[in-house]
Every structure is written in structure tokens, then in C-alpha cells.
Design a binder for this molecule. Sequence first.
Ligand SMILES: Cc1cc2nc3c(=O)[nH]c(=O)nc-3n(C[C@H](O)[C@H](O)[C@H](O)COP(=O)(O)OP(=O)(O)OC[C@H]3O[C@@H](n4cnc5c(N)ncnc54)[C@H](O)[C@@H]3O)c2cc1C
Length: 302
Amino acid sequence: MRYDNLASSFLRLGCKVEMNAPMSRITSFRIGGPADLLVTASNYNDVISVKQICESQSIPLTYMGNGSNMLVSDKGVDGIVLRMDSKTGEPAIENDLVVCSAGVSLKKLCTFSKDAGLSGLEFAYGIPGSVGGAVYMNAGAYGGQFSDVVQWVDALFPDGQIRRVDTQGLKFGYRHSVFMENGAIVMAAAFRLTCDSPSSIAERMDEFMRRRRDKQPLEYPSAGSFFKRPEGFYAGALIEGSGLKGFSVGAAQVSDKHAGFIINRGGATCDEVIRLAEIVTKRVLLDSGITLEPEVRFVGRN
Ligand SMILES: Cc1cc2nc3c(=O)[nH]c(=O)nc-3n(C[C@H](O)[C@H](O)[C@H](O)COP(=O)(O)OP(=O)(O)OC[C@H]3O[C@@H](n4cnc5c(N)ncnc54)[C@H](O)[C@@H]3O)c2cc1C
């Protein structure tokens, strides 16, 4: 009943709403029970309003991008899951920077930059996330990461204010940003890129995409590399060294193509993934003395 009333309020704002929305449908892992209410906003005023309503009624709010780095509980998610409609917003060039709203896909941002003859985001082509999720995670690949190119970020802070955060304030580290500490929602980001010919940029993008197809199990649902890279090592190599390539718990499996990926072979549960990750972590620690930490973000009811 509580969510019926809320759903009507959000619909009146112009958002799309769905009650008991299966998170397995909207995450790249294809895992996760229902969110009490999934809200898809088409502009940032709606994000602000939804956030205010949740706060005033003490309703838990989980913000998501494209769901490509999330492992969602089989029991689902309490309260509201909020995301931006990925069709909203186009990258643009403003004062020598590429400016882009957070809900836009990395694919769109990279293609726009390439067409404009602006280089620096080639590494991100093929990462299946949104701009907001990539800034939050400081996503990276092939020697590049978002912290190399982000100039500023506009974010909605828990006090309801939108503020611009510059490079110093972003506290970027390996798969880390200030937004993991302050709970703000990334709304837009600006990127400083350099001039190059679209054909050279396209060549690099295609090469990175080819490497992904060769090395990664893209034919199965996953959340990408499950573990962070421990300093001086590769998680995949450590896992392989422990003889766990192809090891599975139920339908969750350490990929036999790339041991850094945990894949869903069809109908895997969150519990299975967690049990598998625990076994992998314990075995690698025993064999190499290195503690693997998940890169994937756990979301939902315990
Ligand atoms: C096949 C595959 C390959 C991948 N390859 C790579 C890779 O090469 N490099 C890499 O770094 N990652 C990789 N990933 C992981 C993932 O794509 C990235 O981490 C991506 O940046 C996540 O973006 P997202 O929009 O999907 O975020 P989500 O998965 O939706 O969210 C991830 C986290 O970000 C938070 N978040 C999302 N949007 C916002 C926002 N606007 N404001 C505040 N918080 C927000 C969420 O609350 C959550 O905690 C891969 C994943 C897959 C499935």
C-alpha cells in the first residue's frame, strides 16, 4: 500500500515505475530478486524530487547506473531503486570539454568523442556501464582510467544541493572515488580530451574491443572482473594458479576463458556467487597469501 501511493507520486512526476521489479532483468549478471519499486527518471529534477520524497518518508534509496557492476541479493532490494533513463541526454562540447550527463552509456560517450576527433576515452569503449557508474567506480582498462580524463563532476549531495567537484575533490584511486564516501549522486561529468583523427581513435577502440572479445567470456552474464587487481598481481592469474579455473558452485562459475570473471551459466543465484567467491578468496589466500577483494558492488537485503 505504501508503495502504491509512492508509485502514483512518481508517475505524476513523469517517471516510469514498476513494483516488485526483478533486478535480474536489469543487471548484467542477470541475478537478483525484486526491488520494491523501480523508478526510472527522465531528468535530474525528477531524481532530486524522488530523493527528497524518499528522505522525508525514510524510505531506503539505491541509485544504479546500467547495472553492470552489481551483484543483487536473491531477496531483492528494500525500498526504491532509482536510475536515469539511458536514452536521456547527449554528450556535448562546452569550453573545450566534453560534457555528458551521468545516465548516458559509455558507448555513446566514446562514439561521440571519436566522431568529434577527441582522444582519451578509447580505453572505456566496451565497458558496458553508464557515465555515472564509471565515474563512481573510476572504471578503467588497458592502461586508462576515468581519473585520467575527468575534469569536474556535478553531483547531488545528501543535503539536497548540487555541487561541482573538481579533480582534487574527486579523491580518485584504483576503483575508488569520493562518491563511495559521501553518498552523492553523480549527475554530469566533463572530460578533457586531446585532438586526434577519428580514424586513429576508431582503430584503438576496435583493437580494445577485439581484445575483450578474445579474452573475456562475453557470451555469459557477469559483472566483469569480480575481484579488484591486487597490487603487483592479477586476480585472474592468482585464481588460475590455485587451480580454480572452471570451478563452480551451482550455476555460478569461475570462467574457464578468464579466471577473473565469475559467470552466470544460467539461473545462478546471488548465494551461489557469494559462496563461490568465498571459496576462491580462501584458496587464493592460502596458496599465495594475497587477500582478494571484490570489485563488484553487493546490493540488497542480507
Ligand atoms: C562484460 C563486462 C566487462 C567489464 N569491463 C570492465 C572494465 O574493463 N573496466 C572496469 O572498470 N569495469 C568493467 N566492468 C564493470 C562495469 O561495467 C563498470 O564498473 C561500470 O563503470 C559500472 O557502471 P554502471 O553504470 O553499470 O554502474 P552500476 O553497476 O549500475 O553501479 C555500480 C556502482 O555505482 C553506483 N552508481 C551508478 N551510477 C551512479 C551515479 N550516477 N551516481 C552515484 N553512484 C552511482 C551504484 O550505486 C553502484 O554502487 C565490466 C562489466 C562487464 C559486465
